[in-house]
Design a protein around this ligand. Structure first.
Ligand code: ATP
Length: 273
């Protein structure tokens, strides 16, 4: 293919989701539709989520970002009115298959929420909670998991001398890193983050952003964010959602420098949303 042909292709065609997935896909979402009662909240979503990448989900309020995220670990099913069609393959298996164990899925896919939500327990017990549920009782092994998880969430040095203190007694930014450590303690494959820094101050936000950059070496991360600078700074791919549809999905630098769709450009430049 000569350069003119390549240029024409770049200029005229958005890459398909499959073309974008040069790394192995962790998730392949195919023609996903979701309804809350009569509200058609997700429409024909096709997305490939790459391994060891950070993928941003952006879009105005109510466009379906959190719904999509909660579909990936089937948390959305907790809402009784929800109906879905289509498929989401996680590591090659459709998570909607009746034989798919939701507990198994949720051990592979951790989630961090907008507001830090530590348990009203000690820092140590917050981290040891998941491993204990999975049957680990040996104190030495639990100690190792707690230290490794807190180190992984870049908060070990700040809390190593106060592991027995209640997790409510530390700052919001520290609590959010405790929640990330709690997620790491169950050794997930994927981490879903729903606006993880929206309740945090700029310094705590920066710490979480740096942490996300480190974590992608080992985990695949999908992050919903309203913060365009954050999406541009720390993510590899970006999906722009509008009214339940994926309008554009591409490398983050392309989305922010040369979006293919006028609606993407209008959104990222702050014209709506
Ligand atoms: N539990 C629910 N029951 C009924 N409808 C819901 C529920 N959660 C979300 N919805 C509806 O689904 C649509 C998508 O909502 P969702 O929360 O996924 O959007 P969002 O893009 O994450 O919004 P925001 O940026 O404000 O968090 C909206 O119309 C919303 O009202």
């Amino acid at each position: 293919m000569n350069t003119a042909t390549i240029k024409t292709k770049i200029d005229t065609a958005q890459p398909t989701s499959v073309e974008l997935a040069e790394k192995e896909s962790v998730y392949s979402t195919r023609q996903l539709n979701l309804w809350y009662g009569n509200n058609h909240a997700l429409k024909n979503i096709d997305l490939e989520i790459g391994e060891n990448e950070v993928t941003a989900i952006i879009g105005p309020s109510g466009c379906g970002k959190s719904t999509y995220l909660k579909t990936l670990n089937r948390m959305v099913e907790l809402v009784p009115s929800v109906k879905t069609s289509g498929a989401i393959h996680y590591r090659g298996r459709n998570i909607f298959d009746s034989s798919y164990g939701v507990e198994e899925l949720r051990t592979r896919v951790g989630m961090v929420f907008q507001k830090p939500n530590p348990f009203p327990k000690s820092i140590y017990d917050n981290i040891a909670y998941g491993p204990r549920i999975h049957g680990i009782k040996n104190k030495k092994i639990l100690d190792e998991i707690v230290e490794k998880s807190l180190r992984g969430a870049a908060i070990w040095d700040e809390v190593k001398d106060r592991l027995n203190e209640n997790a409510y007694g530390i700052s919001g930014g520290q609590q959010q890193r405790i929640c990330i450590a709690r997620t790491l303690a169950i050794e997930p494959d994927v981490i879903l983050m729903d606006e993880p820094t929206s309740a945090l101050d700029p310094i705590s936000t920066l710490k979480i952003e740096e942490l996300v950059q480190q974590l992608k070496e080992q985990y695949s991360i999908i992050i919903v964010t309203h913060n365009m600078q954050q999406a541009a700074r720390i993510t590899d791919k970006t999906a722009f959602f509008l009214n339940g549809e994926v309008i554009e999905y591409d490398r983050t630098d392309t989305i922010f420098s040369n979006p293919a769709d006028k609606r993407t450009e209008d959104y990222i430049s702050g014209r709506f949303g």
